[in-house]
Design a protein around this ligand. Sequence first.
Ligand code: PEP
Length: 246
Amino acid sequence: MSSPIIIGNWKMNGLTQEAKHIVSTLLTYATNHHNFAKTVVCPPFTQLQLVKEMIESSPFGLGAQDCHFEDKGAHTGDISPAMLQDIGVKYVVLGHSERRKDHQESDQLVLKKTIAAQNKGLLPVVCIGETKQERETNQQEKIVEAQLKGSLPQNFNGLVAYEPIWAIGTGLTANNDQISEMIQFIRKKLVAQYGENGKKISILYGGSVKPGNVRDIYATPELGGVLVGGVSIVPDDFIKLIDIAQ
Ligand code: PEP
């Protein structure tokens, strides 16, 4: 893998002191290391402003974990792409399996969010992946293909994260062959859909990535990086993922 991107999804974690601790650890790392892998942190909405101010003159990027598809209006509790752009957010994770499950987000909704995010200059990180039952019945390619077709717009300017649901937060990691086969499959589909541009779309892997397995994961041909949940709020381990990618 040439130049991976490492995206940390804090999920619903990170009170102020914890957020400060995580980001301070990253900043200390950055003062002692140069030219390390592109790293993005996605704190909860409540910590975006704080994290933005802390990382302002550092190499770290800022991401959010979701957004609405409208720019403003009567959508109580939602956050729009315009609001994210307004405070300096660059990336937005969309269609995460936890949102698909907890909030019944469909491919159609993810597609609308993806288009809206792109229109505001954000880089969507669109998550796809099969359940355990779908993997056990060998339906993973069918599922992933349908999610790609349903969630990505005609003009896509973002990243794709392959996250097998059975590997998220479970400690189970897809093995090298499973990751590699699916990355190749997604690449083939992206090229079929976008031609030459499909070759440039970064495809990430997510699912129980940790210091102990990340070397093997980074070795996956064509992998563009990793989307990390649990380990992203354990700063000493998270910086190991950055360090190993150098
Ligand atoms: C995720 O939330 O996208 C994720 C991959 O979580 P974890 O690393 O904890 O499996």
